[in-house]
Design a protein around this ligand. Sequence first.
Ligand code: ZN
Length: 112
Amino acid sequence: MTPAQGVAEAQKRLGLTCYHAGQKVAGMVGCVACQFQIRNRSALPTCPQCGEMVWAWLDEGPAPTPEDLSAEERAAHEKAQTELNPPPSVEEGVSLEVTPEVKIEENIKLEP
Ligand SMILES: [Zn+2]
C-alpha cells in the first residue's frame, strides 16, 4: 500500500482528513494507528511512537492542502475535503455583505 492509498483508506475509515509522512502540514495531527498527537510545523515525520506514516488532521479549522502535492494528489485531496466537509452552498455573482459606511460625527467632545 502506498502512503497515498493509506491516506485514502484512513480518511474513509475515520472521516478525517489525513496526510502522510513527508507532506508539509502545520497544525495538530494524530497518528491513525496509535493516536499519538503532535503539533506539526513542516514536513510530517513518521510516528515517533509506532512508525505509522499516516496522520489525521485534528486541529480546528479546515484541514489545509499540503503545499507539495502534485496536481493529481491535490485534486484527490480537495475531492476528499469536499466529501468530508461539504462547503456551504455558494452562489456565484452574489455580492458579499456591504460594509455600512462609517458614520462620522463631528464636534464630539471627548472631555466632559
Ligand atoms: Zn503511532
